[in-house]
Design a binder for this molecule. Structure first.
Ligand code: ATP
Length: 474
């Protein structure tokens, strides 16, 4: 796969190959408690990950920021948390049983498995159903070892399980491959219980499962992940305009959380590549070390979803506009983002490696430093508290500061190593502020607050710390 240059990294890691950023970030995530390989003591499970103490904070902060922007800041969007296992007919109506497939080929020699469309795309051929049915010669040879490839088989990505004790066809249920369907089937419940009028949206954050053929690139593509989806129900005549508005709003959300503009772009889908439900679609892409990749999809789904659920459930899901007397099936504009993918992109965007270091303490000179310059809202640890030394007289004021600051946000205590080393440990996990309690504190009841990005230090009275940070973390 072609490796694109990421300008953010190019600057921070001048002179270095940017293709070693993924292994470095993966190692940092494990060492510092962000993301661990799942089931590791049993040898791990390919492409499943567990979020450690800092990772769960980061992902929760991403989800909180999304919920704040999508639900709390809007008068027209409400929340939902629907079940993961739902009536199997839902997945027939949605088209997933029939269409949610990827084309799969295996190498007869090296036994590696590939997505046929990926092989063709890498060779500049546009994959479509025709090329899958009549594979060109480019799809006969293994891209890795040159061995012979099997025929293309269509593979459904939904995980199946059985409800009740008998494992038979009639008891099959699916782990949802997207959260969206839980929203569509609750359209009437939500509309009627909250007496909502069009246009309005329903937002949901939750797990989704896809039996991906080629998971990889750390948490970018996994088989279990979380989605943050919002379905906006509109009068068909307004759909095109509202689609464009949501595209801008969603792009601005990433920018508002500090993502670098040069690492973001839209990719509009061409008519021939639209999914079965979509009238229009645009991806928000992020420039990763492994190329431009989809981070979120914005879809104009027309009346596909509600029409299909009307057909399969026999319920009338049309909307009656009492002011105009119209009755119609609402169109849907969807914004569909991945919480894990966004968290990974925020990690990549924040990752900086500074050759020679930026600290002024002599011991850290010449060493390379890693800094995660997250937006403060996303940083897992918000404040670190250090005593200048382990001397007993500093313990009491340090405890006083900790008691003062704990409760509202994650605060870490660290007393090991020099102050310079402790600063660097906090920079590496993106902590915006470090508070040092020193011997002067015993006299002036004040502490030194150091800012991660400017590295400036300020002397602040302990009694003013709460207000000081309340202003910093608005
Ligand atoms: P892709 O083309 O990468 O497979 P998709 O177009 O199938 O993605 P959607 O169905 O539109 O993705 O899902 C919406 C969002 O959910 C994606 O933009 C992505 O952020 C997230 N997502 C989808 N599949 C995965 C996965 N396997 N692992 C992690 N996140 C995912």
């Amino acid at each position: 796969m072609a490796k694109a240059k990421n300008p953010a990294f190019a600057k921070a890691t001048a002179g270095k190959q940017d293709n070693d950023i993924m292994p470095k970030l993966t190692a940092l995530c494990k060492q510092r408690g962000f993301i661990f390989p799942s089931s590791e003591i049993y040898g791990g499970m390919n492409s499943f990950y567990d979020y450690g103490p800092l990772g769960v904070e980061l992902k929760n902060n991403v989800k909180r920021a999304w919920w704040q922007a999508m639900v709390y800041s809007r008068p027209d969007v409400v929340g939902l948390d629907s079940a993961i296992l739902m009536h199997p007919k839902i997945w027939e109506a949605s088209g997933h049983v029939q269409n949610f497939t990827d084309p799969l080929v295996d190498c007869k020699k090296c036994k590696k498995r590939f997505r046929a469309d990926n092989i063709l795309e890498a060779k500049g051929i546009k994959p479509d159903l025709g090329t899958m049915k009549n594979p060109p010669k480019e799809l006969q040879e293994c891209p890795e070892c040159g061995g012979e490839l099997t025929e293309v088989r269509m593979f459904n990505l939904m995980f199946k399980t059985f409800m009740g004790p008998v494992e038979e066809q009639a008891n099959i249920v699916y782990l949802r491959p997207e959260t969206a369907q839980g929203i569509y089937v609750n359209f009437l419940n939500v509309k009627d219980s909250l007496r909502l009028k069009l246009p309005f949206g329903i937002a949901q954050i939750g797990k989704a499962f896809r039996n991906e053929i080629t998971p990889g690139n750390f948490t970018f593509r996994t088989r279990e992940f979380e989605q943050m989806e919002m379905q906006y129900f509109v009068n068909p005549k307004d759909a095109d305009k509202i689609f464009e508005e949501w595209k801008e709003k969603r792009m601005n959300w990433y920018l508002s959380l500090g993502m670098k503009k040069e690492n973001l772009r839209f990719r509009e889908h061409e008519k021939t590549e639209l999914a079965h439900y979509a009238k229009k679609a645009a991806d928000i892409q992020y420039l990763t070390p492994f190329g431009w990749q989809e981070m979120e999809g914005i879809h104009h789904r027309s009346d596909w979803d509600l029409s299909r659920h009307m057909e399969y459930s026999g319920q009338d899901l049309r909307y009656a506009d009492l002011s105009t007397g119209e009755k119609f099936t609402p169109y849907i504009i969807e914004t569909s983002a991945g919480a894990d993918r966004a968290a990974l992109m925020f990690l990549l965007d924040a990752y900086q490696e500074i050759e020679g270091g930026r600290s002024t303490t002599t011991e850290s000179i010449k060493e390379s430093e890693t800094v995660l310059n997250f937006d403060k809202r996303l940083a897992p640890v918000k404040i670190a508290v250090f005593p200048l030394s382990k001397k007993p007289e500093l313990q009491k004021p340090c405890q006083e500061v900790l008691d003062f600051l704990r409760g509202e946000r994650l605060v870490q205590y660290d007393e090991t190593g020099s102050i310079g080393k402790r600063y660097r440990r906090q920079d590496e996990i993106g902590t915006p502020y470090c508070v040092t309690v020193d011997f002067e504190t015993l006299e002036d009841k004040a502490v030194t607050v150091r800012d991660r990005d400017s590295m400036k230090q300020e002397r602040i009275k302990i009694s003013e710390l709460k207000n000081y940070f309340a202003e910093k973390f608005v």
